[in-house]
Every structure is written in C-alpha cells, then in structure tokens.
Design a protein around this ligand. Structure first.
Ligand code: GRG
Length: 288
C-alpha cells in the first residue's frame, strides 16, 4: 500500500508544477499534496495490477481521480456548502487562499484532471482514453457527484422528495461511491477486462463506497480531530441526514460490517493484499 501511495504522491507532484499565475497552482497543489489516504488512486492502480495490466499505464488516470476527489473536498468545505475550516489536518483551502481562489482551484483541478489523462496516457489506446473520459465526465457531473451534493444540501434544508432511506442511499451512491466506482472502472478499462469482471468490480466498489460513507458517518460520531484531520461531530450538530442519525449507531455499524463482508466475498478470489488490507483496516476501526 505504502509503495502505491508513494507512486501517487510522486506523480501528483510531477503532473502539477507551479507556474504562472502562481496563486492558482499553489491553491490547487495545497490540498492535493496534504496527506490524504489516497484510497481511490490506490484502488485504481491495484485493480489494474490484479487484472494483469502494468500499473504504469494506470498512473495518469489514478492521479486524475485524486484531483477530482480533492476538487470535491475543496468545494465541499466552502462556506456556501459544508463550511468546514479544516481538511486533512490543516486549514481548508478557502481559509488559506480565500473563497474565490478555492472555487477556482477546485474548477481548475476538475478540468486539469482529464488533461492529465490525455497528455500522459501514451500507452493506452484512443478507445481506452475515450472510455475513461466518458466515465469521468459522467460521474463528476449531474449524473454523479453534483447530484449527490445537491440532494445532500436539499435534505439538510428538510426538502425530501423520496423517503429518508432512499434519499440517504441516493446521496451516498452519488457523493461517495461514484469515485470508488471510477477507480475500479478505470482499472478494468486499462486492463481490458471482460464485462463480467467489470461488473463484479463495479459491484464491489458500490458496496465499498456505501460502507465507506457509513464508516465516515460513524467516525464523525466516535472519532477525534487528531485522527480524522477534520472537524468532528458536525453532522450531529447540523442535524444532517446520515446513516447514524437515521438508523442509530448500532444499526449503522451492522450495515457497515455486512457491506464489508460482501466486499470480501466479491474480492477474495483475487487474493489482493492491498484491497483486503483496506477492508480489514476499516473493519478494525469499527467495533462490533
Ligand atoms: C464535481 C463540480 C463538482 C462538484 C462536487 C462538493 C461536491 C460536488 C461533492 C462533495 C463530495 C464529498 C466531499 C463527499 C464526501 C466523501 C468522503 C467520505 C470524503 C472523505 O474521503 P477520505 O476519507 O478523504 O478518503 P482523504 O482526505 O483521506 O482523501
């Protein structure tokens, strides 16, 4: 895992040299280079590897995915969204660079990420690149991340068009699971996997994404700022619709463990130390 994280860190730095106008590149780089867990790019590289591709081919797509993720974190922290002053253990992007630059840094990461894929994926076919860009644009926009965020904001204001259970699943399938789905989809496309494998990994990533969001909700309730690097207890204080607020802590834990078991069931035949390690690490943090 550490080896893959080091590769991601090295290439993120390499793909984003600071040039003129420096302020925007510094703002983009600031949150990007803070120590995140790098789960999504690692999952992308590892999927490509276990399906037989050279991980070098997957590095640009993996880094682009981390850029998209960081864009969503920067925008999520803005005062007009979740209004959070800390991210990855440090002041949020807008706290350091101001709101205008934080909005622009997010926009710049969102648009630079596909450029990184196009400029650096010489080892992929045009068809593979088009497939990856299609998945990227679909899941980053109003059929993915943005849809999840909009319904999240609406639900905080008490506007629920569907049942609370359906709304919660919609939010997190779109806000959280889509980036893990992109990770494995990119890996599968790069490894030229067959449809059955593609669907299997997609199901794994969807279940993992939901489990990860439940984990995030549980941590907001039981963890500390030092451990998470962001403000804790915010969901409860803002009356947010979460797995813990809707189902209670014990049921949320049960749902989490059951999804993680399903993930193990799908992935065990690939014998991936890294993917199994990620599942085990999360599992350990949530007492039964
Ligand atoms: C794509 C234009 C566009 C907008 C995005 C702001 C927004 C719309 C969506 C918010 C998505 C969001 C912040 C979801 C939360 C998902 C989540 C649990 C993030 C935390 O992930 P970790 O713990 O973070 O992997 P690190 O810092 O370790 O990478």
């Amino acid at each position: 895992m550490k080896e893959l994280i080091n590769i991601v860190d090295k290439y993120l730095d390499k793909y984003l040299p600071v040039s003129y106008p420096e302020d925007i590149f510094k703002a983009m780089k600031y949150t990007l280079m803070l120590p995140g867990k790098r789960l999504r790019p690692v999952m992308c590289l590892e999927t490509a590897r276990i399906l037989g591709a050279d991980i070098k081919k997957a590095i640009p797509a993996a880094c682009a995915l981390e850029m998209l993720h960081v864009q969503s974190l920067i925008h999520d922290d803005l005062p007009c969204m979740d209004n959070d002053d800390f991210r990855r253990g440090q002041p949020s992007n807008h706290k350091v660079f101001g709101e205008a630059n934080a909005v622009l840094a997010g926009d710049a990461l969102l648009t630079y990420a596909p450029q990184v894929i196009i400029e650096n994926s010489k080892d992929l076919t045009s068809e593979q690149i088009v497939k990856i860009l299609y998945e990227y644009t679909k899941f980053a926009g109003a059929y993915g991340l943005i849809a999840g965020q909009v319904v999240d904001i609406e639900s905080e204001g008490g506007k629920l068009v569907k049942s609370p259970e359906e709304t919660l699943d919609f939010i997190h399938l779109n806000k959280t699971a889509v980036l893990f789905r992109l990770a494995v989809r990119f890996g599968c496309i790069i490894a030229n996997s067959d449809e059955k494998t593609y669907n299997e990994f997609d199901t794994f990533a969807t279940k993992f994404g939901l489990a990860f969001q439940i984990y995030d909700d549980i941590m907001d309730e039981i963890s500390t700022f030092e451990e998470l690097g962001k403000t804790v207890g915010k969901d409860k204080n803002s009356g947010k619709l979460t797995y813990v607020s809707l189902y209670g802590l014990d049921t949320a834990k049960e749902k989490f463990h059951s999804l993680i078991q399903e993930c193990h069931g799908i992935i065990e035949k690939y014998d991936s130390e890294i993917l199994i390690g990620i599942l085990n690490k999360l599992e350990k943090r949530v007492e039964k």
